[in-house]
Design a protein around this ligand. Structure first.
Ligand code: ZN
Length: 234
């Protein structure tokens, strides 16, 4: 990990935290610990896992401190490590909702297995932000973005998102994946999602979807996008 500069270190049951002296994170470290432990337990319940390894969380002050140019957080599941920010550029740890994202990457990769389907790995991480949040306003945000894309005829199709996630702007790919993940999890359950996550491959996603779910991807996609369409007017 990039460890230029000084780190202070502290631990809670499931994390080791590294944070900068005299930083916003240093001032709020106790509330960060409380939120991250809370979400760790909630994620295990939601994902049906019993993940118990310690996560190393490097808390940078801002994007420049982290060296991030195109992201606000990062997970290294094999190393049980996350890199996050807490300060003037925003928060990717310690706040309800976003507290779940990088931790969900760590738990799904290590408890379920690796996947080459970013639509599913980002999808579950974004969906976990929503379901671990305590406000309805935030909960519907991915759905709202999907509804707006549908209204403009700009919703990417799921198969191209599965086969070439990187070609899409992250402001589209992340919420669309989160909304689709949430839809198939609510409709078909977490266990089937886990199976598709570990058994599916990006180059034949539609076939893998059919073999896990027993229904065609295009049928489910259709129902999902119309469902999102309606949510705009609520
Ligand atoms: Zn992510």
């Amino acid at each position: 990990m990039d460890s230029h500069g000084t780190w202070l270190q502290t631990e809670s049951e499931h994390y080791v935290y590294y944070y900068r002296p005299n930083s916003a994170a240093a001032a709020d470290i106790e509330s960060i610990k409380t939120e991250q432990e809370r979400v760790f337990t909630q994620l295990n319940q939601l994902l049906g896992t019993q993940y118990n390894q310690k996560i190393h969380a490097y808390i940078f002050n801002d994007l420049a401190d982290a060296g991030f140019t195109d992201k606000t957080g990062q997970a290294f599941p094999i190393l049980n490590t996350i890199e996050v920010i807490y300060g003037s550029d925003g928060y990717t740890i310690g706040k309800r909702g976003i507290s779940a994202h990088e931790v969900a990457h760590i738990i799904t990769f290590n408890a379920w297995g690796p996947t080459d389907l970013r639509i599913l790995s980002e999808g579950i991480a974004v969906y976990m932000e929503h379901v671990t949040y305590d406000s309805e306003a935030k909960y519907g945000s991915s759905q709202m973005i999907v509804a707006a894309l549908v209204a403009h005829g700009d919703l990417p199709n799921i198969e191209s998102l599965a086969s070439d996630f990187e070609q899409f702007d992250t402001n589209i790919s992340y919420p669309v994946s989160g909304s689709f993940a949430g839809y198939i999890i609510r409709r078909f359950g977490m266990e089937k999602y886990r199976r598709l996550f570990t058994e599916g491959r990006s180059n034949h996603f539609a076939a893998d979807f059919k073999s896990v779910y027993g229904v065609s991807l295009s049928d489910v996609e259709n129902t999902w996008s119309h469902y999102s369409d309606k949510s705009l007017t609520q």
